[in-house]
Ligand binder design. Structure first.
Ligand SMILES: NC(=O)C1=CN([C@@H]2O[C@H](COP(=O)(O)OP(=O)(O)OC[C@H]3O[C@@H](n4cnc5c(N)ncnc54)[C@H](OP(=O)(O)O)[C@@H]3O)[C@@H](O)[C@H]2O)C=CC1
Ligand SMILES: O=C(O)[C@@H]1CCC=N1
Length: 278
């Protein structure tokens, strides 16, 4: 990873909800000075907790938070993005910041248009493990983004985990479906495994610890071994044993097709968000 990003700049988060909190927490934990991070957030409770937890400046007014910031991180919901951008357009035209969006679905061309045109936009898709420095972010740059701004954007997101550049923007909806939403799929699996363990007689506490450590251990094996997931799975599966009994049920229940269908639905939803909020 690169050293501290934006040593001489300021990052303004517009919207201080769940994903902004994860990114801000990741940046502060990585050593980015709190004085170089600002946030604009309408809800007082969220503003106060962001200021208290991370020592950053929190504002009610988007334009005030954005003033003189080198980078704007647009972290509002897709449904309000147009209104937020149009209100910031005069400031964007005057200051020409690097604009980083984390919104699902909303395209770089939409953002550029709503901000008045001619703006450098990096459309990204991070995920909430950013809070722990364990995030992954897909990134797409419009043709206004120069090489140093590409580095600037990558530095920002690399402070919270890995980054993957996507050159073909429509594929950003697939990134959203796989890794943006992905932590929720793992949490659903954790919920289901814990409930099933309890149904088999384990205490809640025991089931929780067993599930947590199993997912952590499996994730580490996926990352730290060179083997494909299928090979790692094979090594757990003794012929005629317990894993085989479980996996036969997953396959019979159409597990792979279900995952493919779910990820396709999320990808399509990303496309709809673009059209629905234009
Ligand atoms: N959550 C996730 O895991 C991920 C989310 N994203 C993207 O991040 C963005 C935010 O999502 P998420 O954090 O989940 O949503 P949240 O609702 O938690 O955060 C959005 C925040 O923006 C605030 N807000 C609303 N209107 C304005 C405005 N006009 N100006 C400034 N702030 C405003 C909201 O306040 P209020 O609640 O009062 O409306 C809210 O606190 C979305 O575009 C989403 O697609 C991307 C990757 C992962
Ligand atoms: O659910 C959503 O729309 C956002 C984008 C990816 C994760 N959360």
């Amino acid at each position: 990873m690169n050293p501290l990003p934006f040593a001489s700049g300021t990052v303004a988060f517009i919207g201080g909800g769940n994903m902004a909190r994860s990114l801000i927490g990741g940046l502060v934990a990585r050593g980015v000075p709190a004085t170089s991070i600002r946030v604009a957030e309408p809800m007082a409770e969220l503003r106060d907790s962001l200021a208290r937890d991370f020592g950053i400046h929190a504002f009610t007014d988007n334009a005030i938070a954005a003033a003189n910031a080198t980078t704007w991180v647009l972290a509002v919901k897709p449904q309000v993005m147009r209104q937020v951008c149009e209100a910031l357009a005069p400031a964007a035209q005057a200051a020409r910041p690097l604009v980083v969006s984390i919104a699902a679905g909303i395209t770089a061309a939409q953002l550029e248009r709503w901000l008045g045109g001619g703006v450098a936009v990096v459309r990204t898709m991070p995920n909430t493990p950013a809070l722990l420095g364990a995030g992954v972010t897909g990134m797409f740059a419009n043709d206004r983004v120069d090489a140093s701004q590409r580095t600037q954007a990558a530095d920002l997101l690399e402070a919270t985990g890995k980054t993957v550049w996507i050159e073909d923007e429509p594929r950003m909806d697939a990134v959203t479906a796989v890794s943006g939403s992905g932590p929720a799929y793992v949490f659903l699996l954790a919920e289901a495994m814990q409930a099933a363990g309890e149904a088999e007689g384990l205490s809640g506490e025991a089931a929780r610890t067993l599930v947590q450590q199993t997912i952590l251990g499996a994730a580490r094996m996926l990352i730290e071994n060179d083997e494909m997931p299928s090979e790692l799975r094979r090594r757990v599966t003794s012929p005629g044993g317990t894993t085989q009994a479980a996996l036969e049920n997953f396959e019979a229940g159409g597990f792979r097709e279900l995952v493919a269908r779910a990820i396709h639905a999320a990808t399509e939803r990303g496309r709809q968000l673009s059209a629905a909020n234009d």
